[in-house]
Design a binder for this molecule. Sequence first.
Ligand code: ATP
Ligand code: MG
Length: 253
Amino acid sequence: MGKRIAIANQKGGVGKTTTAINLAAALAREGRRVLLVDIDPQGNATSGVGVSLEEADRTIYEILVDREAPAQALHTTDVEGLDLLPSDSRLAGAEVELVPVPRREHVLRDTIEPLAGRYHFTLFDCPPSLGLLTLNGLAAADSVLIPIQCEYYALEGLGRLLETVERVKESLNPRLDLEGILLTMFDSRLNLSIQVAEEARHFFGQKVYQTLIPRNVRLGEAPSFGKPVLVYDPHCIGAASYISLAKEILENG
Ligand code: ATP
Ligand code: MG
């Protein structure tokens, strides 16, 4: 049975999508079959692996709202072993359209179940909110990976996120685990980065990955070419850091 990981933080721009794309690509490079599921209406994970919205006539929207079979929306990518369920802006409407639906928090889990079983890893790229889409991601996941940007206010809002994870665990998904906390956009020249890393390790101990994701220009550029950094520039430090994260996750089991 494969592992499902939700990549979530309601704070915007902390590196969720960068992590989803590049961890997915790195796990695929390690020989695992990986499904990347874009559940953010912004569709950044979709365009970030080179799937254009014109190409994607069916997306996670049809799967969640019209209950179409997930295989209809499946796309392969340039990375062998990595497939994508794309998103598009209509998904923003799903936050509202799903409200009257029975088991509304479980729609993602129920609908992608037949597909997810075929992969070693399924990664959900969540939007920057704690709304119904993120709740669906948490309800469908075995664990949640939380990226934290090494910046001012990095830990602010984390309490609310962890409370939400606890609530989901109690009411929707008892097996939900904290996969780990990932420090992103780390800059070793900045005291602030070092302080945030120390503070995170103080609060979360072993749950913080040893792997730090550095601030790296190549990581920032890759999405505009529709490529994971492992394809765009396989030898850059950003690529190496996501390969190291993938290995750490595989070792943790
Ligand atoms: P949102 O909350 O809007 O979904 P997000 O949490 O998914 O954002 P990203 O889109 O991954 O965050 O990253 C925000 C911006 O920072 C993007 O422009 C991305 O390319 C850039 N970025 C992310 N990680 C790094 C990094 N390690 N080094 C340099 N730039 C980065
Ligand atoms: Mg994102």
